[in-house]
Design a protein around this ligand. Structure first.
Ligand code: GDP
Ligand code: MN
Length: 378
């Protein structure tokens, strides 16, 4: 999977004639200052961190500036910041456009239907997972025929567009489809697609190139790396750690229980963001290390689901208690625990000492973790 930074995605968009704000990649506050002073980037402007994680808007990694000094200051504030484990090294400096509406469009692969899938929504600018299913149009696309006129009309109706704005989206749909096919993408997402004046502009670009096609794309050889920076650290330490798009951290042991835990959270409306498979470890220090790594991903809540076997419950609890003591209070997150099995009583007692209650049932604890991720106290 080759996940492209926004500016690289937009470079592709530009080649296909998709309307974009005027922008430049910058790597220092000085560059931001001079590009806005010279008028190369008109003011007001937007300063955007070039990281792979989404939610930059909410996370303070997209800022606005109305003078060159402000642009430089925003750049200084964002460069070097750690965003979901990734250090910001590049920014995209763009003109700020007056947005009338924010829409959503994406093309992806529906692997079970074995077809490309177009998703459209009139509710753009927010994470698509938070949009009600009834507000989404999901349209399977014939891979050879492409987008037909009536399919495009359905999209325009969903987006509530008519007149010249509709015409502008109609053209963009053709271009996005062409880009999706010719670039061997497995995802092209435009969120938001902004209505500006009579037309539409792609304000954001998320592009993922299909793994099996990367041999056709030597241009991505230098960025063909699946691992996030935190995953890289984990790999060096021999910790099984995977970052997903959600926000709940999961600590479990064994691949089966870990996968089942992700499913249960999802079932109760939670979005797993990072998971750690403790596997069979008998070293509390290893657990501490793994937990601190997870803390760096800034989960909204952590669900610990352990079935003690080779990895005994007290080992996990000891490692965890030591780790919690090392996380500064301001960076703590709610933790819901369920530990069962070998040395369960001892583990529960150690957790209780550390101020963590261990729940018994899987469903009950998963629901508590989801609630905690949404702000309820566990
Ligand atoms: P994300 O949060 O990581 O998906 O980053 P986006 O690129 O989607 O930007 C987040 C939000 O910033 C968008 O939903 C817009 O509301 C806002 N934004 C970005 N560019 C512009 C712009 O040119 N003009 C205005 N008014 N808002 C913008
Ligand atoms: Mn976006």
């Amino acid at each position: 999977m080759v996940k492209l930074a926004e500016w690289r995605g937009k470079e592709i968009f530009r080649r296909y004639g998709i309307a974009l704000p005027r922008g430049r990649v910058v790597r220092s506050p000085e560059e931001a200052l001079s590009l806005t002073e010279s008028g190369d980037i008109p003011l007001p402007c937007v300063v955007k961190a070039q990281v792979l994680a989404g939610g930059r808007g909410k996370g303070g990694a997209v800022r606005f500036a109305s003078s060159p000094a402000e642009a430089a200051e925003a750049a200084r504030g964002i460069l070097g910041m750690e965003f979901h484990g990734e250090t910001v090294k590049e920014l995209l400096l763009e003109e700020k456009l007056p947005i009338a509406r924010e829409l959503y469009l994406s093309l992806t692969l529906d692997r079970s239907a074995r077809l490309p899938l177009l998703i459209a929504s009139a509710h753009g600018g927010v994470e698509i997972e938070s949009v009600a299913e009834s507000d989404l149009l999901r349209l399977p696309i014939h891979p050879f025929a492409g987008l037909s006129s009536y399919e495009k009309r359905r999209v325009l109706r969903t987006l509530g567009l008519s007149g010249s704005t509709a015409k502008s989206v109609d053209g963009m749909l053709d271009r996005l489809w062409r880009a999706f096919q010719h670039e061997d993408a497995e995802l092209i997402e435009v969120n938001p697609l902004a209505v500006v004046g009579e037309g539409v502009v792609a304000l954001d670009a998320k592009v993922i190139i299909e793994d099996d096609a990367t041999f056709r794309h030597p241009e991505y050889a230098d960025i063909r790396d699946d691992r996030t920076p935190l995953e890289e650290v984990a790999r060096e330490k021999g910790i099984a750690f995977v970052q997903l798009d959600g926000d709940i951290g999961v600590i479990a042991n064994g691949a089966g229980l870990t996968m089942a835990t992700l499913d249960v959270l999802q079932q109760f409306g939670g979005r797993p963001g990072v998971f750690l498979d403790l596997g069979g470890t008998d070293d509390p220090a290893k657990v501490t290390e793994a937990f601190l790594l997870m803390a760096r991903a800034k989960p909204s809540a952590v669900f610990l689901n352990i079935f003690g076997g080779v990895t005994r419950c007290d080992t996990v609890a000891r490692g965890l208690a030591a780790a919690i003591a090392q996380v500064p209070p301001a960076e703590r997150f709610p933790l819901v625990a369920r530990i069962r099995g070998n040395n369960e009583e001892e583990g529960i007692a150690i957790l209780r000492e550390a101020g963590i209650t261990s729940l018994h049932e899987l469903q009950e604890s998963a629901q508590a973790a989801v609630a905690a991720s949404k702000g309820a106290r566990p």
